[in-house]
Write a protein that binds this ligand. Structure first.
Ligand SMILES: *Cc1c(COP(=O)(O)O)cnc(C)c1O
Length: 425
């Protein structure tokens, strides 16, 4: 694709965009009386206009039916989570029996590690990425200590090489081989939240399996962004939140994936709750946990219906637009923004926007992390005043995510324009 830095070009691209109508299905925040240039769909996705009605239905049933809503509501609350499974599984490339919506991301990672990190004998080590999202670091450390082991010895972090920003895939694969039978589990972020680097999850999973270890991924920045094929890649387990690319709203309900054969394995250790118990027998309230032989067997509690209602509305949009088309637009839009940023660097000798995100679309999603050397926070504050909603990370990175469902090519054009004008000041 030959890009051009003119406004006309951006407008033509929007005209030709098969997903252009979807923007109208979202509320765009207003700044200075205009649509914000909203580039933080990787942090909190925008609100679909259909969310309000989806929640209203449940509020009405609650008002009119009280407890009877569990069985006689428009969408009976007893099985509310089941309504979401099909669309959610499609987004992450899983079978329906491998996915359930429940709890929150950090809680779910803990629950999954109970099942998939069971250190025994020599096999105690965990591979993760250096500078993982803080919650993920605390989660891993606390599991290791819980098992009476020393996090410093057991957790093996893969860092970028000296002078580099990205982790080399070969370094992950080599470390897996090297640890061999000492390795219990690899758990890394499918897309790194800071650099936007996407890992080849299929390759990493295969390498882990070759040494008898498990592979799991935190998909907070991948779900709804990347074209995932968790089942085909034979990933053991995964977890994600839904308020980033999946637009479910602040603190939305989260998702887990457990590969079918693990999900069917009733002997797999877990921390159990009544909602994971055999549905036919659940209300007999008897002793002895009999897990549902699907990902649902990891549920603890009954469905948080109001949170699920907003996700239901959002997933309906994903089902209609389809991850295939979303992925095509993601790559076009991201490459276009990259082109515009490179173009600014070319024309302005005194600045450089160094993009630390991989250039190859096989190794990134919708996010570009811009290291604004020598400009940094001042530049960020300036563009924020002018209507850009981006994200600042110390020491010098501005993260922007052109989100295919509601960002336009023209948004990218104005973002670049705003950045360039702010430089001149
Ligand atoms: C956003 C994010 C989280 C957030 O966890 P919550 O439990 O939803 O607060 C965790 N891990 C990663 C990698 C994230 O990007």
């Amino acid at each position: 694709m030959n890009y051009s830095s003119s406004l006309e070009f951006a407008q033509q691209m929007d005209q030709k965009d098969p997903l252009k109508e979807y923007r109208k299905q979202f509320y765009i925040p207003q700044i200075n009386g205009k649509d914000a240039l909203y580039f933080t769909g990787n942090s909190l996705g925008l609100q679909p206009k259909s969310v309000k009605n989806a929640i209203d239905v449940e509020l009405r049933d609650w008002a009119n039916l009280g407890v009877e809503g569990h069985f006689y509501g428009t969408n009976p609350w007893f099985s509310y989570h089941e309504i979401l499974t099909k669309n959610m599984a499609a987004v992450v490339g899983a079978k329906e029996n491998e996915v359930v919506l429940m709890g929150s991301l950090s809680t779910n990672l803990h629950l999954l590690l109970v099942s998939f990190y069971q250190p025994k004998g020599k096999r105690v080590k965990i591979i993760c990425e250096a500078k993982a999202f803080p919650s993920d670091q605390y989660i891993l450390e606390s599991h290791v200590s819980y098992h009476g082991l020393d996090p410093k010895e057991v957790i093996v972090e893969i860092a970028p090489r000296a002078g580099e920003e990205l982790i080399r895939e070969e370094d992950v694969l080599t470390k897996i081989e090297e640890l061999n039978e000492e390795l219990a589990v690899v758990m890394i972020g499918g897309v790194n939240y800071y650099t936007g680097q996407l890992f080849d999850m299929e390759k990493i999973t295969k390498a882990a399996h070759q040494v008898g270890a498990k592979a799991g991924f935190d998909l907070a920045h991948a779900a709804g962004n990347i074209n995932l094929k968790l089942h085909d890649w034979k990933v053991d387990f995964a977890a994600w939140c839904t308020y980033k690319y999946l637009n479910s709203g602040p603190g939305g309900v989260a998702g887990i994936y457990i590969r079918e054969d693990h999900a069917k394995d009733k002997s797999l250790q877990r921390f159990a709750g009544w909602w994971g118990h055999n549905k036919e027998e659940r209300f007999k309230m008897e002793k002895v946990f009999d897990p549902i032989p699907t990902a649902e067997g990891w549920q603890l509690s009954n469905a948080p219906v109001l949170l699920m209602a907003s996700l239901k509305a959002s997933l309906a949009i994903f089902a209609e637009a389809g991850m295939e088309r979303i992925g095509v637009k993601r790559d076009l839009l991201t490459a276009y923004l990259e082109y515009l940023l490179d173009d600014i660097s070319l024309r302005n000798e005194h600045v450089s926007f160094e993009l630390i995100t991989p250039k190859d679309k096989k190794y990134r999603g919708a996010q570009l992390s811009i290291a604004a050397r020598g400009q940094g926070k001042v530049l960020f504050d300036e563009i924020s005043k002018k209507g850009v909603v981006a994200d600042w990370r110390e020491p010098n990175v501005i993260r922007v995510a052109p989100t295919p469902l509601y960002n336009s090519f023209e948004d990218c054009f104005w973002l670049a324009k705003t950045l360039e004008e702010s430089l001149e000041n």
